[in-house]
Design a protein around this ligand. Structure first.
Ligand code: GDP
Length: 522
C-alpha cells in the first residue's frame, strides 16, 4: 500500500491576486512537471475548442474551468486540484474541496486573510481538512509577521506555528530563514531570486549570519524569531492533521523563496489519502475494491461532440485501464477504456491509478456529479453537497421553437454543477439558480456558443431556495398553500423558492414540521 502512502492530493485556497497561479506554476516547475512555467496545454482539436471556451476566462482575466495537475518528487506523487480563483463562487469550488486530503492556504503578506480565503477555509473546516499556510510576497512591503500570524490564529481559530521567517520585507528583504532546518536562503542576481544559495547554520546565534546579513537585519531576525518560537505553539503533526494547527511558511512565489520548503512540508506532513465518508461505512484507502466518486463534470471540451469528462477521485483499490465500474444507484457497469490522468504538460491515458488519484472518465452524460463508482456497487459516498442558490433567474427564450434545446442545455449544465435548474409548479419558464454572478455569464455564453440558443435572463420574484422535506401530509399541506413558490429540482425533489432569506425564516417558524435545507446531499 505504499502507492497510497506516497500520494498527496491537495488544493490551494486563496483570494484572487494572492499568488495562487504563480505558486502553482512554481510548484509544478520545482516538481519537475513542466519545463517552462506556463499555461497548462491541451492537445490539437481540444486545444482549439478550449480556447474558444476560454474567451470568457480571458475577457475577465480569470480561470473558470478547474483542472488537475500531477507532479512527482522524490517518490511522492502530488495531485494538485485547481479551484477557480474568482470572487464569484461556483459549487465546483466547494466540491473540489471534497476531493482533497489537505489544502495550502496562500495569503498576501500585505493583505492577510481576505474574504474568499475565509469562505474556502470554512469549507475545509467542515471536513477537518488540514491546512498549510503560505504567506506570499515577502519581497514586498507588508504587515509585521506577528500581525499576520495573530490574524490567522484569531480569525480562523487555529494554532499557528511559524516554520520559516523572512529577514525583512520589501526593500529590506534579505532572505528567508528556515526555523526547522536552521538554514538561510539568500537572493541572488539583479532579480534577487532564490537560485539555490543556502547557508547552513547551527542556529540563530551562528556568527555566519552576521557575515551575510545586515546588522539591522540579523538583529531583528534573532529578536523576532526567538520571540516567535516561544510565543507560538511548537509544530504538532497530530494537531495539524486534525485541522487544529497550521504550520506557516513565509515566502515569495515570484522569487521562488519558500516553494521548496512548501513541497517538503506537503511530502513530510500532509496526510496521504484519508478514509472517505460513505454508506454503509467510511471507505478506507486500503480496501481492495476499487471505489471513487465524481466531484466534477466538464462538458464540451470539444463543442462538436457532446462529450464530457467526469472527474473521479479514487478512494480505494488499484484502478486498471479497461476495468468495469458501476455508478451506484443507476446504470449498468461502465468499462473504462480510456481514463485520463492529468499531467501538467498534457492529458495522458492512465493505465493504473491509486487512491488519491484523479482520473478523467470520458462519457456521454451518464455520469453525474456526486456519483459513486465501484466494482461491486455496494457503497455510496456521502457528503457532496448541493448548495442553495443565492441568485435565481427566469430564463427567457428569444426563439420559442428552441424549448427542447434549452431544456437539454440547462440539464447538461446542471449536471456539471454550473447552475441548478428548477421546474416551477406553475408557469412554463424555467428558473435557474446559481451561487455566484459569474455562473450566469458562463451560462448565457455557453447557451449561445454550444447550444445555439439565444436566451436572456429575467429577474425572478425569488431570491433563494430551500429543499423541503418532512412528513408527507404536512409537506403536502405546505406545498398546496405555497404552490406559486414551489418547484422541482432536476431530480424531482420539492424546492421552496423564497422572496428573501427573511421569508425562509418566517415560513420555517410557521411550519415547524417541514425541514428547509440549504444544502442537499447527492
Ligand atoms: P492569483 O490571482 O492568486 O492566481 O494570483 P497571481 O499568481 O496571478 O498573482 C497576482 C499578482 O501578484 C501577479 O502580478 C503576480 O506576478 C504577483 N505575485 C505573485 N506572487 C508574488 C510574489 O511572491 N511577489 C511579488 N512581488 N509579486 C507576486
Amino acid at each position: 500500500m505504499t502507492q497510497t502512502q506516497d500520494r498527496r492530493t491537495f488544493a490551494i485556497i486563496s483570494h484572487p491576486d494572492a499568488g495562487k497561479t504563480t505558486l502553482t506554476e512554481k510548484l509544478l516547475y520545482f516538481g519537475g512537471a513542466i519545463h517552462l512555467a506556463g499555461e497548462v496545454k491541451a492537445r490539437g482539436q481540444a486545444r482549439r475548442a478550449r480556447s474558444d471556451w476560454m474567451k470568457i476566462e480571458q475577457q475577465r482575466g480569470i480561470s473558470v474551468t478547474s483542472s488537475v495537475m500531477t507532479f512527482e518528487r522524490e517518490g511522492i506523487t502530488f495531485n494538485l486540484l485547481d479551484t477557480p480563483g474568482h470572487e464569484d463562487f461556483s459549487e465546483d469550488t466547494y466540491r473540489t474541496l471534497t476531493a482533497v486530503d489537505s489544502a495550502v492556504m496562500v495569503i498576501d503578506v500585505a493583505k492577510g486573510i481576505e474574504s474568499q480565503t475565509r469562505k474556502l477555509f470554512e469549507v475545509c473546516r467542515l471536513r477537518s481538512v488540514p491546512i498549510i499556510t503560505f504567506v506570499n510576497k515577502v519581497d514586498r512591503e507588508g504587515r509585521e509577521n506577528f500581525e499576520t500570524l495573530d490574524e490567522i490564529a484569531d480569525l480562523l481559530a487555529l494554532d499557528v506555528t511559524p516554520m520559516t521567517w523572512p529577514v525583512g520585507l520589501g526593500g529590506q528583504f534579505e532572505g528567508v530563514y528556515d526555523l526547522v532546518g536552521n538554514r538561510l536562503l539568500l537572493p541572488e542576481g539583479p532579480s534577487r531570486e532564490f537560485q539555490g544559495k543556502v547557508i547552513q547554520t547551527t542556529g540563530l546565534d551562528d556568527p555566519k549570519l552576521d557575515e551575510v546579513l545586515s546588522a539591522d537585519g540579523v538583529a531583528k531576525l534573532r529578536e523576532d524569531a526567538e520571540l516567535a518560537m516561544v510565543g507560538y505553539a511548537p509544530f504538532d503533526a497530530t494537531a495539524y492533521r486534525n485541522g487544529d494547527l497550521t504550520p506557516v511558511y513565509f515566502g515569495s512565489a515570484l522569487k521562488q523563496f519558500g516553494v521548496d520548503a512548501l513541497i517538503g512540508a506537503l511530502a513530510e506532513h500532509a496526510p496521504p489519502p484519508r478514509p472517505q465518508p460513505a454508506e454503509p461505512e467510511p471507505v478506507a484507502p486500503t480496501r481492495d475494491e476499487v471505489t471513487g466518486f465524481v466531484f466534477k463534470v466538464q462538458a464540451n471540451m470539444d463543442p462538436n461532440h457532446r462529450d464530457r469528462i467526469a472527474f473521479m477521485r479514487l478512494c480505494s483499490g488499484t484502478f486498471k485501464r479497461g476495468m468495469k465500474l458501476t455508478p451506484t444507484g443507476h446504470g449498468k457497469p461502465i468499462a473504462i477504456h480510456s481514463p485520463i490522468l492529468f499531467f501538467a504538460q498534457d492529458r495522458e491515458i492512465a493505465d493504473e491509478a491509486f487512491p488519491g488519484d484523479i482520473i478523467g472518465i470520458p462519457n456521454h452524460g451518464t455520469l453525474r456529479v456526486g456519483d459513486t463508482m465501484s466494482e461491486k456497487g455496494s457503497v455510496r459516498f456521502t457528503g457532496l453537497p448541493n448548495f442553495a442558490p443565492e441568485i435565481l433567474r427566469r430564463v427567457a427564450l428569444k426563439d420559442p421553437t428552441k424549448t427542447k434545446q434549452l431544456r437539454k442545455a440547462l440539464d447538461d449544465m446542471a449536471e456539471e454543477g454550473v447552475t441548478q435548474v428548477f421546474y416551477p409548479e406553475i408557469g412554463a419558464n424555467l428558473v435557474i439558480g446559481v451561487v455566484g454572478q459569474l455562473q450566469l455569464d458562463v451560462l448565457i455564453s455557453r447557451l449561445e456558443a454550444e447550444y445555439k440558443v439565444a436566451a436572456g435572463l429575467e429577474m425572478a420574484p425569488f431570491e433563494t431556495a430551500r429543499w423541503v422535506t418532512g412528513d408527507p401530509a404536512k409537506l403536502k399541506e405546505f406545498t398546496d398553500i405555497n404552490r406559486a413558490a414551489m418547484a422541482k429540482d432536476r431530480d424531482g425533489n420539492p424546492v421552496f423558492m423564497a422572496k428573501s432569506a427573511w421569508e425562509v425564516g418566517y415560513v420555517s417558524e410557521r411550519y415547524p414540521d417541514v425541514k428547509f435545507a440549504a444544502t442537499r446531499e447527492r
